[in-house]
Design a protein around this ligand. Structure first.
Ligand SMILES: Cc1ncc(COP(=O)(O)O)c(C=O)c1O
Length: 284
């Protein structure tokens, strides 16, 4: 994280070095909160409505009041401007925690904590997209209802990513407890098979905003993104395999556990699906 600039701390635009939350904040104590990471292009947050819907759904499910009246677009625009990020690509991070409340369970939150960061982001270069990413299968399987939420309990995903990095790979592939394919450590998975596009149907995979948008973009082209239970051998035999997230878009995968995979020419079309959806009026 950059150590200069401004963040929103609740309703205050605050210099980063003065932005502090209580040591009793439950986000810090228990990971009791949620976050969203968005991409902004030339000052425009991408797919804000979808990200806020996911954050709102998680907050409701865990009884954290969602700041319904917060003027999101205006605040994000001001934050981007305060950090000199009206041009080019930026990363926005929105964090909502329960705040302080002294009980176990999910006690009522009278003052949830909202923090929003805006930082410069350098996307991977064209060579990296052309080369593709290497994935390594994380040996620790997981199935948990928390997987559907982008919670502050991110340690499993950090450990998975570190495992991949230690193997010389870029990203981890995570399996459900039954061995079926779930998602990446910070990415959703898409693969091509028999000319169609698929994503694993998995009980603990985060409902990715990029996946959702990709599904809409493909539907507009008369194609489908089908959720189906997926084995590792289906991935190994796929005609194309990609990892997706809000910052990177669509990144081809060129190997899984050191086995080479074909780079599919469909990458450009998939990215174009995202780009064209981003140009449509926002859905809030
Ligand atoms: C575990 C996990 N899965 C999938 C994704 C991709 O989600 P999105 O497309 O909403 O960025 C992320 C994003 O960071 C993630 O953390």
């Amino acid at each position: 994280m950059e150590n200069s600039g401004f963040v929103w701390l609740n309703n205050e635009l605050t210099p980063l070095e003065r932005a502090a939350v209580s040591v009793n904040d439950r986000g810090f104590l228990y990971g009791d909160g949620f976050f969203e990471t968005l991409r902004a292009e030339d000052g425009r947050p991408q797919f804000l409505g979808e990200h806020l819907a996911r954050l709102r759904d998680s907050a409701r499910a865990f009884r954290i009041p969602f700041p319904e009246d917060f003027p999101w677009s205006e605040r994000l625009n001001r934050l981007l401007a305060a950090n000199g990020l009206e041009q080019g690509v930026a990363r926005l991070k929105i964090l909502l925690s329960r705040g302080t409340a002294p009980a176990l369970g999910l006690p009522p939150a009278t003052r949830p904590t909202l923090v929003i960061w805006a930082q410069p982001y350098t996307p991977p270069g064209p060579e990296e997209y052309a080369r593709g990413w290497n994935l390594a299968t994380f040996p620790e399987r997981r199935t948990t209802f928390m997987g559907k939420h982008k919670s502050l309990n991110y340690l499993f995903y950090l450990a998975a990513r570190q495992y991949a990095l230690d193997q010389g790979a870029n990203e981890a592939l995570i399996l459900e407890a039954d061995g079926l394919v779930s998602e990446g450590a910070a990415t959703s998975l898409v693969y091509a098979q028999d000319g169609g596009f698929y994503t694993p149907q998995a009980p603990s995979a985060l409902p990715g905003v990029t996946l959702e948008v990709l599904g809409r973009g493909l539907a507009r082209r008369g194609l489908a993104l089908t959720h189906q239970p997926t084995t590792l051998s289906q991935i190994a035999q796929a005609e194309g395999f990609w990892v997706t997230n809000s910052l990177m878009g669509v990144m081809p995968v060129s190997s899984l556990d050191v086995r080479e995979l074909p780079i599919s020419p469909a990458t450009g079309m998939l990215q174009e699906c995202l780009d064209s959806e981003a140009l449509l009026p926002p859905r809030n």
